[in-house]
Design a protein around this ligand. Structure first.
Ligand code: ZN
Length: 338
């Protein structure tokens, strides 16, 4: 690798890591210009296109279409993502939303319930087909490069951006399809996070490993920051710039140094102690019990359940209402008795 895919700097530091799935050796690089961690050798565009349209989901989930437990997890993620969008001040009213990398369509379906006019694109043939059949959502089978010019108000990309081989081209394309003041919402794994197991950091399919600084740099020419949360994964919401800047805004040397320090700190001690990895064994067991109760519910029924629960949790006066309701029932009983 001679230069960075994002900023073209040739100030590169290299090392090798193991793919979390296959154990195969990956050549990694940290760019001294923008602080982006990346795979030094990227697959060709053609190879990536074939992989994402047919093999990716099979490799990661061993399935051609999502199983019930994945639908349930996707529903919970969709609920959390909609909550972030709400906290970022993005109101669904009369907004057209495009979910890039829509998977099985769970987020599109839930975003529709939240009030967005939601559609999506997904390169995987089986998953996009599933989205249309199960939820009746408008998910087109295609990649970002085939995206047309129909205008939308919000673009979302959840765990997609780290897979894109040409991040700046993608950002430019999104800028061109967004309406004035339109929003871009991105969620990616955070290379600075401490709660990822050392065996679970590098994946062959993840071409880039963003921090808040390098993600900010990647979109900076076309977008400005609106909201950021990085408890474990990185959530960032941006607003479209009226005019693109001449060039991207690079992180400071101190910010790039932070990434370097974080990479050096990663290991089992950090994961188990600071990252709370020991708790995950218990959480995983509880999750399996919860998921085993899904039974034979259809996909739409599973998402409807997650949605109902979200709506109940959103009602702050629920306790008061139920107590009040109980009192009314008691009063009626008394009136009937006398
Ligand atoms: Zn760079």
């Amino acid at each position: 690798m001679s230069s960075c895919r994002l900023c073209n700097s040739s100030f590169i530091q290299s090392w090798t890591a193991q793919d979390a799935k296959s154990g195969e050796t990956l050549s990694m690089a940290l760019c001294g210009g923008c602080g982006l961690v990346q795979q030094a050798v990227l697959p060709t565009d053609e190879a990536l296109k074939i992989y994402y349209s047919h093999n990716y989901r099979e490799d990661y989930k061993s399935t051609h279409q999502p199983k019930a437990k994945y639908v349930y997890r996707a529903g919970q993620s969709a609920r959390d993502r909609l909550a972030f969008i709400e906290r970022a001040g993005i109101n669904p009213q009369d907004k057209r939303l495009l979910d890039i990398g829509a998977g099985g369509g769970e987020f599109c379906y839930m975003a529709g319930k939240a009030g967005f006019g939601a559609a999506g694109i997904e390169p995987h043939v089986g998953y996009s087909d599933y989205a249309r059949q199960q939820y009746d959502v408008a998910v087109r089978t295609c990649g970002i490069e085939e995206l047309g010019h129909s205008e939308v108000d919000v673009v979302t990309m959840f765990h997609v951006f780290e897979h894109l081989a040409h991040p700046t081209d993608a950002v430019k394309k999104i800028w061109s399809v967004l309406s004035e003041q339109g929003n871009l919402v991105i969620e990616v794994p955070n290379i600075h996070q401490s709660d990822a197991s050392p065996h679970n950091i590098y994946f062959k399919a993840h071409l880039f490993y963003y921090s808040r600084f390098s993600l900010m740099a990647a979109v900076s020419q076309y977008f400005e920051l609106v909201a950021l949360e990085d408890n474990n994964n990185l959530f960032m919401a941006f607003r479209k710039r009226a005019q693109p800047l001449q060039s991207m805004v690079l992180p400071s040397a101190a910010q790039i140094m932070q990434t370097q320090i974080r990479l050096n700190q990663k290991g089992w001690t950090e994961y188990l102690v600071e990252g709370g990895g020991w708790k995950k064994v218990f959480l995983r067991a509880a999750k399996t019990v919860g998921e085993s109760r899904l039974g034979k519910l259809p996909a739409r029924g599973i998402l409807d359940k997650v949605w109902e629960k979200r709506q109940k949790q959103k009602q702050p006066s629920w306790l008061w209402l139920s107590t009040g309701g109980g009192l009314i029932v008691a009063m009626e009983l008394c009136l009937n008795l006398f």
